[in-house]
Design a protein around this ligand. Structure first.
Ligand code: UDP
Ligand code: MG
Length: 318
């Protein structure tokens, strides 16, 4: 009998947790070779999420939890889940049933029997999602794949089942700025992709505003690509080249023909353009610097207020 830990990051998921538990139990009952552990990570929810988790724990001792002292974000919740998972296999699943538990038997088969280290899922449709969000998501994946070495699959979810080796590899990367979609690809190993149609949230509403997603995508780029830094250096170098040619041209024209004191408006345009480019490049530099700054501070990725798990770690004691 091998044990599967199911990590469920929860932020204000009071209305969905019962649906999740029932559906998960239905699937677990079919998987007779496995025992289960449900590890809910309460990411500083403000609603009754913790009460629901406690109720579930009271009637089912396979329910474990970690509760954060505030909202640290889904990435921190995933990390906390991975550190506390006691199972031989570990799955990460959203609480809103957008990651169908029904795929779990197939994922388990891939990892336990077919020699893969991780079974990952991607949705091939984005039905039910606002078109503008889908559009920007697609652009983001296309851009990321061009400017970064890690491969990002369009529509990839955080929904995965992995073996111990894979989990330990993820945990060995203790960086503060975590972009799991990139980390999953970076660690390598053999991965089987399983595709499914998009499912809509069972209850409650999405926690990701457009702005939050925008920041998330910038984090992804900064964490896994240095291309913006190169672009700003190349931009600076080519600007210098253009300026050198222009200076030569003006000197020669002055010497040959004299009197070139016109062109004030064009001068202002050039100054604004170059000033703008400088600020842009400084901004890009600042973005990387701020991430490096956070990294060297070695802050904990999350702080737990309380935890009931089978694998208490030193980090949890903080
Ligand atoms: N989540 C979290 N912390 C956050 C935001 C979200 O733990 O700060 C969890 C949330 O409870 C859910 C999962 O991450 O289980 C995915 O969130 P959501 O369904 O809102 O995102 P979407 O599916 O719309 O991308
Ligand atoms: Mg969702």
């Amino acid at each position: 009998m091998s044990k599967i830990t199911v990590i469920v990051p929860c932020y204000n998921e009071e209305p969905t947790l019962h649906f999740f538990y029932e559906e998960m139990e239905r699937v677990a009952a079919q998987m007779t070779e496995n025992t289960f552990e449900y590890l809910f990570v309460d990411d500083g929810s403000k609603d009754g999420t913790m009460q629901v988790i406690r109720e579930l724990r009271a009637k089912d001792e396979r329910v474990k939890y970690v509760s954060f002292s505030r909202n640290f974000g889904k990435e921190a919740a995933i990390y906390a889940g991975l550190t506390h998972a006691a199972g031989d296999y570990v799955a990460i699943m959203d609480a809103d049933l957008q990651d169908p538990p029904a795929l779990l038997p197939e994922m388990y088969r891939a990892v336990a029997k077919e020699g893969y280290d991780s079974a990952a899922t991607r949705r091939v449709t984005r039905k039910g999602e606002p078109p503008i969000r889908s559009f920007f998501a697609r652009r983001f994946y296309a851009l990321m794949n061009r400017i970064s070495d890690v491969e990002l699959m369009d529509g990839a979810r955080d929904y995965r089942l992995m073996n111990r080796k894979y989990v330990d590899a993820l945990l060995s990367m203790g960086e503060y700025n975590r972009f799991s979609k990139g980390l999953f690809g970076w660690v390598g190993f053999r991965i089987k992709w399983i595709e499914f149609e998009n499912v809509e949230r069972v209850a409650g509403e999405t926690k990701w505003s457009f702005w939050k997603l925008f920041k998330y995508s910038l984090d992804g780029i900064v964490a896994f690509s240095s291309t913006p830094l190169y672009i700003s250096s190349i931009l600076g170098a080519s600007m210098c080249g253009v300026a050198a040619v222009a200076i030569l041209f003006i000197i020669v024209r002055q010497l040959l023909f004299g009197g070139s004191a016109y062109g004030w408006p064009s001068m202002v345009c050039i100054i604004i353009l170059i000033g703008g480019l400088q600020l842009l490049c400084l901004g890009i530099l600042g973005l990387y610097l701020s991430k490096a700054y956070l990294e060297v501070k070695h802050r904990p990725i999350y702080i737990a207020r309380e935890a009931e798990t089978d694998k208490p770690t030193e980090k949890a004691a903080q």
